[in-house]
Ligand binder design. Structure first.
Ligand SMILES: Cc1cc2nc3c(=O)[nH]c(=O)nc-3n(C[C@H](O)[C@H](O)[C@H](O)COP(=O)(O)OP(=O)(O)OC[C@H]3O[C@@H](n4cnc5c(N)ncnc54)[C@H](O)[C@@H]3O)c2cc1C
Ligand code: SF4
Length: 327
């Protein structure tokens, strides 16, 4: 790893002023579990001059209910999200997604904000310097997308436009099902954005001096709501998703009154399967409904040359999540 300055920010204001000072040549450093591996591999052509440690900012790691919503600070650790009794009881899909991420060691370092802002896992994008990288590609601003004509077995089957790298964050999938908003702050003020809109075609929507400070989730519904997170991986127990599915299903009088289904690792952003959700509303849940909804969830899929298998996995995972008795 090349040498660079490491500066601890005591406040959000200080982090902004350091970002301004370094004019795009500094990166925010939270848990470092993704950032440091991208720097060690020198996968990007731009190398920062400084890292701004934001773990030293106090008060950004709280998990608390506030009126009609749940607020989680960007510096909350995934391990705290995984074992929070409040989340386990009322926002189980998020706790389950957090438990599915990596290992206990990684979860003890990794933060919520870092998980949402982590870089994509496309193997062309991540090709390290010590074996011949970095590689140019469209996402890096130079050249075509190498996955289109290359090995695209882990890439997008839905919603890919110019870059087909999938969103690697499991947390984002649960947050999309929960209708969460991401709070982003900069010296110009605050803005909020829905989780799915945060992930753009060639990177997230953060501007140079912006920082994720909090996630806000509308209050979860009552005990008749069943929340499930399922993840298909190649290697257990530690791996990124080939496909993941988060469902939140509310039943009233034996009928589904509300259904939310989010798909992960199939597109550049988490995807809400709206047509599948509509299939379920007003009906009792059985195999027929689950199959119809699962078919709708993949109806718009456009697999690349090597990843049609992900369509069938998505279909089966949606079906299984809907029929799951897990609470
Ligand atoms: C072995 C291993 C297995 C993994 N498996 C999974 C998995 O199964 N599922 C999954 O979802 N993830 C997985 N990950 C990724 C892991 O979850 C992320 O590395 C982690 O969540 C990143 O959080 P961090 O705090 O360490 O971020 P950092 O590494 O510090 O930062 C990552 C990026 O986010 C930016 N950033 C951090 N915080 C903020 C903020 N508040 N505002 C703006 N930008 C910010 C940084 O500048 C950097 O660009 C795995 C990682 C490893 C090492
Ligand atoms: S999928 Fe995206 S990151 Fe991967 S090679 Fe194509 S443009 Fe680059």
């Amino acid at each position: 790893m090349r040498s660079l300055k490491h500066i601890s920010a005591g406040t959000v204001d200080e982090a902004w002023s350091l970002l301004r000072k370094y004019k795009g040549k500094a990166r925010l450093h939270a848990g470092g579990t993704d950032l440091l591996s991208t720097l060690k591999g020198e996968i990007l052509f731009d190398y920062p001059e400084a890292l701004i440690d934001i773990k030293t900012i106090s008060g950004l790691d709280e998990i608390r209910e506030d009126g009609d919503s749940l607020k989680i600070g960007a510096l909350a650790k995934l391990s705290d999200i995984a074992k929070s009794p409040l989340l386990g009881e009322r926002y189980g899909v998020l706790a389950k997604a957090a438990r599915s991420v990596a290992t206990p060691q990684v979860r003890n370092m990794a933060t919520l904000g870092g998980n949402l802002c982590q870089d994509v896992r496309c193997w062309y994008y991540r090709y390290p310097r010590h074996i011949g990288g970095p590689m140019h590609c469209l996402r890096k601003g130079d050249g075509p997308c190498l996955a289109v004509s290359g090995d695209n077995r882990y890439h997008a089957i839905l919603g890919g436009k110019r870059c087909f790298a999938v969103c690697p964050s499991d947390i984002a999938v649960a947050l999309a099902a929960l209708d969460a908003q991401i709070k982003i702050a900069s010296p110009k003020g605050e803005r909020r954005i829905a989780v799915a809109d945060f992930f753009g075609t060639l990177g997230n929507s953060l501007k140079r001096d912006e920082m994720v400070t909090e996630i806000e989730i509308p209050r979860a519904t009552g005990p008749a709501t069943k929340q499930t997170f399922l993840k298909f991986t190649l290697r257990r127990p530690v791996d990124f998703a080939i496909v993941s599915v988060a469902t939140i299903i509310t039943m009233e009088g034996g009928m589904c009154s509300d259904a939310r289904i989010a798909l992960g690792a199939v597109a550049p952003a988490p995807v809400r399967a709206r047509k599948a959700e509509e299939v379920m509303k007003g009906r009792s849940i059985d195999q027929k409904v689950a199959t119809e909804a699962a078919d709708q969830a993949v109806a718009g899929a456009k697999p690349l040359s090597m990843n049609a298998y992900k369509v069938e996995i998505t279909r089966r995972l949606v079906e299984r999540a809907i029929l799951s008795q897990d609470n």
